[in-house]
Write a protein that binds this ligand. Structure first.
Ligand code: ADP
Ligand code: MG
Length: 479
């Protein structure tokens, strides 16, 4: 074990899923022509007044309640002043001293199944800035202000994580939560869910935190893990060479798989925060909080417990099924069609279906096999209409759009042969064709049974019921 311990804290920006901006009525839809969705309020033109979007307050409270956090009854918007081309009004409206969501916590599950509590320091509401566009004009940068004023919830963790894997597990947990709560679409490619990672190292056993760097520009969980591991190694090399870590912001470059310095502490801004005089404090009552609490959907943790306790799933399967909201919804829709078959449905969702989706690069929400059709397939295995092996063929055919399991079994004549007379006829033929192997079996070489089972299954084109074939073969060979 290394003598170094790494310490990680994450700042996550979740774009809240409102249709209009946080302080104006402009649209938040992704992908519009540049500068067609920023209004006078988003640009901060003289004379405008921001009006808080009620929806974002509700969403922030939902998050706060879900992580068991303190909700501030009087949270305040502040101006964070800095100059940057994508922020023409010269300040970002954020929250500073009184964030809407205070201290809370989430629990993460590690690879070995162990769980760990991670503290959430705070979560505050703020508006997004615009963005610079560097790849559209030669030798010039463009500014697209469509994103200006888009509502964000910035979720700040305690420096509680000790490895890149833990940081990823935490980020995935927050991602899962905001999706369950339906407050953020979680799309990392479109920038709706962005992670900045603060990383430092210290000698094992030390209690003081080391100097940290902040990694930005990370747009996938895979890159998050890689960027953090890189940064840990870079810091270890630095310290072991007698150098020191400089507090700075570093940019992760996924193409080169490296981090580069962006700005150091010396250049860091003094944001001159002050309460925004245009916005009133946000007053939240206990009734508001209780109303939101009562409206929360079943969250992953509760779902997982229910899957184990009442459906009898393994903790591992329940964990994977509930980690992603769409997977859980798919599973539950399939279960609705076949309520008695929870365990085999879970196995098919997490096994063949997940594998096929992964290979094709398709999200489960867009699965070419509907939950009802998967359930229909599992039902035909359960009632012995087809064997598990033939089921793979049927699965493939459903995937290709040939219809549901029953139609495919019928059309392709895949129904399992369970008629013992028919199976016995196949067995007799195979025994007659292989006298040598029969001798071997009778001389005590039990292993040859596998050969016979294989032959009979082959003769039946995989359709004979394997259990029956086994039993009947034994009887006949011994006779
Ligand atoms: P800032 O206001 O500069 O963003 P904060 O104190 O709010 O700084 O911390 C931001 C994030 O950095 C938090 O997630 C926190 O847990 C994390 N953090 C703070 N100090 C360290 C450290 N020494 N090592 C790793 N993470 C840290
Ligand atoms: Mg920060």
């Amino acid at each position: 074990m290394s003598e170094w311990e790494s310490v990680i804290g994450l700042e996550i920006h979740a774009q809240l899923a409102t249709t209009s901006k946080i302080f104006s009525g402009a649209s938040t839809a992704f992908g519009a022509e540049p500068n067609t969705q920023a209004c006078a309020v988003d640009l901060g033109l003289p004379g405008v007044l921001p009006v808080l979007n009620r929806g974002v307050v509700e969403m922030a409270i939902r998050f706060g309640v879900a992580i068991d956090a303190d909700i501030d009854h009087r949270s305040i918007f502040a101006r964070k002043n800095y100059f940057y081309p994508d922020l023409p009004k010269g300040y970002q409206i954020s929250q500073y001293e009184h964030p809407i969501v205070g201290r809370g916590h989430v629990s993460i599950t590690l690879d070995d199944g162990a769980t760990m509590e991670i503290g959430v320091t705070r979560a505050h509401l703020e508006e997004d800035a615009g963005k610079s566009v560097h790849d559209r004009f030669a030798e010039q940068s463009g500014i697209d202000l469509n994103r200006a004023g888009t509502p964000l919830l910035e979720i700040v963790s305690e420096p509680d994580m000790r490895s890149a894997k833990q940081a990823v597990a935490y980020a995935r947990k927050i991602h899962s939560l905001v999706r369950y709560l339906e407050i953020c679409d979680g799309n990392m490619q479109e920038g709706s869910f962005r992670c900045d990672a603060n990383v430092s190292i210290r000698r094992r056993g030390e209690s003081e935190l080391g100097t940290r760097t902040e990694l930005k520009n990370i747009n996938s969980f895979r890159f998050l893990e890689r960027a953090i591991n890189h940064e840990i190694e870079r810091q270890i090399d630095l310290l072991e060479d007698g150098g020191a870590v400089v507090q700075e912001t570093r940019l992760y470059d996924a193409d080169r798989d490296e981090t580069r310095s962006m700005r150091s502490k010396e250049e860091a801004n003094d944001y001159r925060y002050f309460p925004d005089p245009d916005l009133l404090p946000v007053a939240i009552t206990d009734d508001d909080i209780e109303r939101v609490r009562a409206s929360l959907p079943e969250l992953p943790e509760q779902k997982k417990t229910r899957f184990v306790d009442t459906l009898g799933l393994s903790a591992d399967n329940a964990e994977v099924l509930t980690a992603n909201r769409d997977t859980a919804l798919y599973f539950e829709a399939a279960l609705e069609a076949q309520p008695e078959l929870a365990a085999p449905i879970a196995n098919w969702v997490l096994g063949d279906l997940a594998g096929a989706l992964n290979k094709a690069g398709i999200e489960i929400g867009d699965s070419p096999i509907s939950p009802a059709r998967l359930a229909g397939l599992v039902a035909r295995i359960a009632d012995d209409t087809i064997s598990g092996k033939i089921a793979k063929e049927v699965f493939e055919a459903i995937w290709q759009g040939e219809g549901d399991a029953d139609a495919i079994i019928e059309a392709r004549g895949l129904k399992q042969i369970t008629d013992s007379g028919a199976i016995e006829a196949l067995i007799d033929a195979v025994i007659a064709d292989n006298p040598e192997q029969v001798e071997q079996f009778r001389a005590g070489k039990e292993k040859v049974l596998g050969f016979f089972v294989g032959q009979v299954m082959k003769q039946s084109q995989g359709k004979a019921n394997p259990g029956q074939v086994n039993a009947l073969l034994r009887d006949k060979l011994k006779a």
